[in-house]
Design a protein around this ligand. Structure first.
Ligand code: AMP
Ligand code: FES
Ligand code: ZN
Ligand code: ZN
Length: 339
């Protein structure tokens, strides 16, 4: 199969877009699509500092790479969870993240754009390649005294699986570091497959409150909360993996050992079967949901809870007293700094 734009062999065929592209043209297309999503959903501008949560996986490293190439002021945050048993998952993912930023590969336009205008679209890349990206690393064990598996065992959150303790800790650290360091927005590498799996879980249980809040952009609805964005929410997982490949980004292939066999992965398998039978099904499920949501289908469920400031750390929390994070980590006075 040939590239739509040149004579070279295609590296990817996207049936849902009826589009096959070679490595060079795919890299251009992917970056341009990323910029289009950022503009369409009004995620952030080139003037705003962006904090990218990087896990060392293909999605978040590709996101950081694409944002830097587009001239955004993107820095990274890696959270060391201390998940190194049975395999050194956290150690290897930090190594890959460090190697990515230290190699300076993101500076190299492996696929020099033929058409700058197409990539830049309406936003002039004023700061293109002038931003010197910083990687923030927060090691949970060094900061809070215990790694995630240990705190999860002690607190028995999540019936033997540390995922609940891990999710709570990651969300807290991401939000707090973004605020403390003055970032306008926090970007994560969630892709279409991630979003559709969550959408399906929420739909099967008609969790209308969650549906009301599932979006490419979550505004900073109140003080103490950072705006959160997912610029890759319209890319299939296969597409972010192909981008990492054509850009030569080395990432951690393994997923967290605790995620193996979880419910989200079960839904991903089901949705892949659906996609095989009906190419484009995932994309249209998601886009039609966003359309309905945009028309206000879930507006009435978007309850604005009264939030209180945590009496220890000051972060917003739904009940008066200490927030869930400070309770889980037994923090009674603010003597731990995230940064
Ligand atoms: P996951 O929940 O593992 O599917 O990850 C979803 C997104 O969360 C990733 O694309 C990253 O943006 C972010 N993320 C996950 N793990 C980490 C981590 N250890 N440090 C920083 N960001 C992370
Ligand atoms: Fe947190 Fe797996 S990444 S438990
Ligand atoms: Zn081509
Ligand atoms: Zn707190």
């Amino acid at each position: 199969m040939h590239c739509r734009k040149c004579e070279r062999a295609a590296v990817i065929n996207m049936r849902h877009h009826k589009l096959s592209l070679c490595g060079e043209h795919y890299g251009e297309w992917f970056v341009a699509q990323t910029d289009r999503a950022i503009e369409k959903y009004k995620m952030f501008t080139r003037e705003e500092p962006v904090l990218v949560a990087v896990s060392g996986g293909k999605d978040s490293l590709s996101l950081w790479d694409a944002l830097l190439r587009l001239g955004y002021r993107a820095d990274g945050l890696y959270i060391g969870l201390g998940i190194n048993d049975p395999a050194p998952y956290s150690d290897v993912s930090l190594e890959k993240t460090r190697a990515f930023i230290e190699s300076g590969g993101w500076r190299v336009a492996k696929n020099p754009p033929h058409d700058e205008l197409e990539i830049a679209s309406s936003q002039t890349p004023l700061l293109a390649m002038t931003h010197q990206p910083v990687l923030h690393v927060v090691d949970i064990e060094q900061t809070y005294g215990k790694a995630i598996p240990q705190i999860a065992r002690e607190k028995a959150r999540g019936q033997g699986k540390p995922c609940a303790a891990c999710g709570l800790t990651k969300r807290y650290v991401m939000n707090r570091l973004a605020l403390d360091k003055g970032y306008a927005v926090l970007a994560t590498g969630h892709n279409l497959d991630d979003e559709v799996a969550v959408l399906m879980q929420n739909t099967l249980r008609w969790q209308t409150g969650y549906l009301a809040r599932q979006a490419p952009v979550l505004p900073a609805s109140r003080e103490g909360l950072t705006r959160k964005v997912k610029p890759f929410c319209r890319f299939y997982e296969r597409e972010t993996a192909t981008y990492a490949l054509v850009r030569g980004i080395d990432y951690i292939y393994d997923e967290c050992p605790h995620a193996v066999g979880n419910l989200t992965n079960f839904y991903k398998t089901l949705l892949n079967q659906l996609e095989t039978q009906s190419p484009g099904a995932k994309l249209s499920f998601y886009l039609e949901f966003l359309r309905a949501r945009g028309e206000g289908a879930f507006e009435q469920f978007n309850k604005v809870d009264t939030l209180h400031a945590c009496e220890v750390c000051g972060q917003p929390t739904s009940a008066p007293g200490r927030c869930a994070f400070c309770r889980m980590w037994d923090i009674e006075k603010l003597d731990v700094a995230v940064v």
